[in-house]
Write a protein that binds this ligand. Structure first.
Ligand code: NAD
Ligand code: WQD
Length: 338
C-alpha cells in the first residue's frame, strides 16, 4: 500500500513527502523535475532515514502512470504536479492548461482504471478571485480569476466535482492553500524558485542575503491598515500536516470536499518585512512602487471548516515562518544547486 505523490520533488510536495515518511507511509513520487531537482528528495530521505520511490516522468505520460499503478498498490493520490507562475501563465496559456488541466484529466482517468479511490488536489485561494467577502470561507463564490493559472485551478476543481458526482465511491478533496512560506526547521529543504522570485518572502530573503538589491512593494495605497497588500501566510509544515489530516479523513463525509488551508490571520507586506527583520536581525531595503496588475488588496481565510471536519489547524506563527525561511536561505544561498 502506497501513496502516489505527483510533483513530490517540489516545494510543498517535498515537505509533505517528509511528513508522510515520518509517520510510516510508503511513498511513490512522480515528478518531471521541470521545477525541482532530485536533491530535495535525497535530503528528505536523509532527514527521515526512510526511502521512497521516484519516477522521473510526466503526469501527461499515460504509460508511465499505468506502470506505476501496475507496480505499486496505490491507495491514495496527492496531486501537486502543475505549473504555478501567475505571470508566466499569462504568456503561455496553452502550456498551463495542457500541463495543469490535461495532466489532471489523464491522471484521473488512469486512477479510475486502476481502481484508486482517494484523491487530494492542490488548489488555491486564487479560485475565489477578487471576493468582496473577507475572510474567505468555502461557501464564498468562486470565479473571476484573472490569469490562466488561476483559471486552470478553477477548471480542475469543476472537473473533480463532476467526476465525484459520477463516481460516488470516490473521495476527492480540494485543499485551497493561502500563501505558503517557510521551510523545514532543519534548513535542508525549502522553496527554491527559478530565477528572480515572484513571491514576496523569497524576494525578501534574497534581498537580505545580498542576491537582490531592493524589494519593490507593489502598491502603498490599498485600502488596508498601512496601504500595502494583506495576505494569509501559512507555514509549509502546517500545509503538509493539512494533507495528512485530509488523508485521515478520507472515509468520512461527501465524495467531493473542499477546505481552505490558511491561518485565518492577514498580514501586510510591511508587517512581513518587520517580522522578517526581527527574526533575522537584517534590515531589508525596499521602495514602494506601482501596484502589480491583477493583485488584490487583501485575502485571508476562514479555515474553521478544516478545523471542524479535519481536526486540523495551522499552529506555526509568523516569527517561525520568518525564522525557517531565513534559515533555509542562509544554508542554501543558491537553493539545491550546491
Ligand atoms: P513546485 O513548482 O515547487 O512543485 C510542483 C512540482 O510539480 C515540481 O516539482 C515540478 O517539477 C512538478 N511538475 C510540474 N508539472 C509536472 C508534470 N506535468 N508532470 C510531473 N511533474 C510535474 O510548486 P509548489 O509551490 O510546491 O506547488 C505545488 C502545488 O500547489 C501546485 O499545484 C501549485 O499550483 C499549488 N499551489 C501552490 C501555491 C504556492 O504559492 N506555492 C499556492 C497554492 C497552490
Ligand atoms: C504577496 C503580497 C504583493 C512580491 C500568489 C499567486 C497565488 C498563490 C500564491 C498559487 C502581495 C506583494 C509581492 C514583491 C510585493 N499561488 N509583493 N513585492 O500574489 O498573494 O499570490 O502566490 O496558487 O495564486 O497569485 O503572493 O507572494 O506574489 O504577493 O510587494 O516583489 O506581496 O503585491 O500583496 P500572491 P505574492
Amino acid at each position: 500500500m502506497a501513496i502516489l505523490v505527483t510533483g513530490g520533488a517540489g516545494y510543498i510536495g517535498s515537505h509533505t513527502v517528509l511528513a508522510l515518511l515520518e509517520r510510516g507511509d510508503d511513498v511513490v513520487v512522480i515528478d518531471n523535475l521541470s521545477n525541482s531537482s532530485r536533491e530535495s528528495l535525497s535530503r528528505v530521505e536523509a532527514l527521515t532515514g526512510k526511502t521512497l520511490t521516484l519516477y522521473v516522468e510526466d503526469v501527461l505520460n499515460r504509460d508511465a502512470l499505468k506502470t506505476i499503478f501496475e507496480q505499486h498498490k496505490i491507495t491514495d493520490i496527492i496531486h501537486f504536479a502543475g505549473l504555478k507562475s501567475v505571470g508566466e501563465s499569462v504568456q503561455k496559456p496553452i502550456e498551463y492548461y495542457e500541463n495543469n488541466v490535461n495532466g489532471s484529466l489523464i491522471l484521473l482517468d488512469e486512477m479510475l482504471s486502476a481502481g484508486v479511490k482517494n484523491f487530494i488536489f492542490s488548489s488555491s485561494a486564487t479560485v475565489y478571485g477578487n471576493s468582496e467577502i473577507i475572510p474567505l470561507h468555502e461557501g464564498c463564490k468562486v470565479g473571476g480569476t484573472t490569469n490562466p493559472y488561476g483559471t486552470s485551478k478553477l477548471m480542475i476543481e469543476q472537473i473533480l466535482s463532476d467526476v465525484a458526482l459520477a463516481n460516488p465511491e470516490l473521495r476527492i478533496t480540494c485543499l485551497r492553500y493561502f500563501n505558503p512560506v517557510g521551510a523545514h526547521p532543519s534548513g535542508k529543504i525549502g522553496e527554491d524558485p527559478n530565477g528572480v522570485p515572484c513571491n514576496l518572502l523569497p524576494y525578501i530573503t534574497q534581498v537580505a542575503i545580498g542576491k537582490l538589491t531592493c524589494l519593490s512593494i507593489y502598491g502603498g495605497d490599498y485600502p488596508t491598515k498601512d496601504g500595502t497588500g494583506v495576505r494569509d501566510y501559512i507555514h509549509v509544515m502546517d500545509l503538509a500536516s493539512g494533507h495528512l489530516a485530509a488523508l485521515d479523513h478520507k472515509d468520512k463525509g461527501a465524495s467531493f470536499k473542499k477546505f481552505n488551508l490558511g491561518t485565518g490571520v492577514g498580514y501586510s507586506v510591511l508587517d512581513l518585512i518587520a517580522a522578517f527583520e526581527n527574526a533575522s536581525g537584517i534590515s531589508v531595503n525596499y521602495k514602494i512602487v506601482e501596484r502589480r496588475p491583477g493583485d488584490i488588496a487583501e485575502c485571508w481565510s476562514d479555515s474553521s471548516l478544516a478545523a471542524q471536519e479535519l481536526g486540523w489547524k495551522a499552529t506555526r506563527k509568523l516569527d517561525e515562518m520568518m525564522r525557517d525561511s531565513w534559515n533555509w536561505q542562509q544554508k542554501n544561498p543558491n537553493g539545491y544547486l550546491e
